[in-house]
Design a protein around this ligand. Structure first.
Ligand code: SF4
Length: 490
């Protein structure tokens, strides 16, 4: 097969499921495809390449994937040359099974070889046969791949991939492998590159950011990294996710409190307030340790907004265990919580445990937990009324903005703020700009600021948004060598 480079470029679409890791991986998939000559799909006709970046954590993820692939089959039949690729955690788990169940899929790639996608697409086209390539270990650190960023004002930066823990409900360690840490110099270079493009906020990303450094033997590496981010001119906000109570150390609290651009926000997964359940989950901290970390964080940063993840109905959870979770929730005064009903994930140790709870019990406890969480977050948000907040204006955070005439964004502590911007002087506010306003009312999941905007700062991120310029970070030199530029219709 020959390649025609003068033809219209082939278009691509990436459909993303799951967590922030996947969202960021999809930015890399887009960046790589664009470096190989593909263009982002627009319009009503189907894209030439559809990539599914899948998640294996959610319930029924596989049914959903095969359902979506089934819908695409007739579309592909009507569009000769269209290609379908499946990557992410479910691809790493199901491997060749995917092309057995959906033989119209062209490429299956795993979590360790994102960078191979353009080559696999081309090979599948050339050989007219499906390509399945799954690696057991990371080939190159994914951040060395070119990345097309979705936001002009906020960027994800991976500090590590994989996880050395073995939480019994979690499929991540078997699909993403052992923790691999990126060197601080590389991380800081990527942050600086983003800031040079106008980005104001970065979120440092790892399955367990508190064990960062374990691979190169520096237990204090994460706190040092936060402090180093503090020295980057133009970087206004630093966030991170996810920390782990087992590895959370005091030096990180000090670094958060003493580094002005590190946001006073902590999303720390609790999962359960019962020590017995935590043990069964193989989470090696206990509720007292969790609470003592929150106490220290609040002593150092009284304005910190603390959020969490909680699983209800883990196998063997008794009413007493559940009450222990409610007790910790009450004591923790969370500003928000993601609550999940436990359900079996094939391939995880917890799926094999006896005493799986009936759905009705899990549902009933879940409803009680949600009611308590809402009561607590509402109370916490009401305490914000009257405060001045600095809001980084966002895209897509306010579904009702058009109807209410408000704009939306995040305060420094991560809280969602819908603010009034209806006067003439406010009309030039753009996503990526920063405004200052005062909170006038609250709801369990957001704050309202209907006071007049007291100040509006135009930023380079806002300019970039207005100009339609998406930040890109280039791949490491050499990474693209040998990668074909073959993305024209042939
Ligand atoms: S810390 Fe536990 S829940 Fe988080 S990724 Fe690792 S194994 Fe999964």
């Amino acid at each position: 097969m020959s390649t025609v480079t003068t033809a219209e470029p082939r278009s691509y679409e990436v459909r993303t499921y799951g967590c922030q890791m996947n969202v960021h991986d999809s930015e890399r998939i887009s960046g790589m495809l664009e470096s190989a000559g593909y263009v982002r799909h627009v319009g009503d006709e189907p894209a030439d390449i559809v990539v599914f970046n899948t998640c294996a954590v959610r319930e029924n993820a596989d049914n959903r994937l095969y359902g979506n692939l089934g819908h695409l089959r007739p579309v592909k039949q009507r569009h000769p040359g269209m290609q379908i690729a499946v990557g992410g955690c479910l691809a790493q788990k199901d491997r060749g099974e995917i092309v057995k169940r959906a033989p119209w899929v062209d490429v299956v790639f795993g979590t360790h070889n994102l960078g191979a996608l353009p080559v696999l697409l081309e090979r599948a086209r050339h050989n007219q046969a499906a390509e399945v390539e799954i690696l057991e270990a990371l080939e190159t650190f994914p951040s060395t791949l070119p990345t097309r960023r979705e936001s002009t004002y906020a960027g994800w930066v991976s500090i590590s991939v994989g996880c050395n823990n073995t939480c019994s409900f979690c499929i991540v360690p078997s699909l993403r492998g052992k923790e691999r840490d990126r060197r601080p110099g590389e991380i800081l270079a990527e942050v600086e590159a983003l800031v040079a493009e106008g980005v104001l906020e970065v979120t440092l990303l790892g399955q367990n950011v508190n064990s960062y450094g374990v691979e190169f033997g520096d237990r204090l590496a994460f706190g040092k990294l936060l402090r180093a981010c503090g020295g980057i001119d133009g970087l206004e906000r630093v966030r991170f996710t996810s920390p782990h109570p087992k590895d959370f150390t005091d030096d990180v609290i000090a670094a958060m409190a003493e580094t002005p651009n590190v946001c006073h926000q902590l999303h720390m997964p609790l999962q359960s307030g019962s020590d017995r359940v935590l043990k069964a989950m193989r989470r090696s901290y206990r509720s007292q340790r969790y609470l003592s970390i929150l106490e220290k964080v609040r002593a150092a940063m009284p304005d910190a907004a603390i959020t969490t993840d909680i699983i209800v109905g883990f196998p063997g959870e008794t009413e007493e265990d559940f009450q222990a979770t409610l007790d910790v929730v009450r004591e923790s005064r969370f500003a928000g919580a993601f609550t999940f009903q436990y359900s079996k994930r094939p391939g995880t140790p917890a799926a094999e445990l006896p005493d799986q709870l009936p759905k009705a019990v899990v549902q009933e406890r879940y409803e009680r937990l949600v009611a308590l969480v809402e009561e607590i977050t509402f109370a916490d948000h009401q305490r914000q009324i009257g405060r001045e907040v600095e809001v980084l204006v966002a895209v897509g955070e306010g579904r009702k903005d058009e109807a209410t005439g408000r704009l939306s964004g995040r305060a420094r502590d991560g809280r969602l703020v819908h603010f009034a911007a209806d006067s003439d002087s406010d009309s030039g506010i753009r996503p990526g700009d920063v405004v200052y306003t005062t909170v006038t009312s609250a709801a369990p999941h957001y704050l309202i600021a209907d006071a007049p905007v007291s100040a509006h700062r135009r930023t380079r991120a806002g300019d970039a948004y207005e100009a339609g310029h998406a930040p890109r970070t280039a791949g490491a030199p050499g990474v693209m060598l040998g990668m074909p530029r073959l993305a024209s219709r042939s």
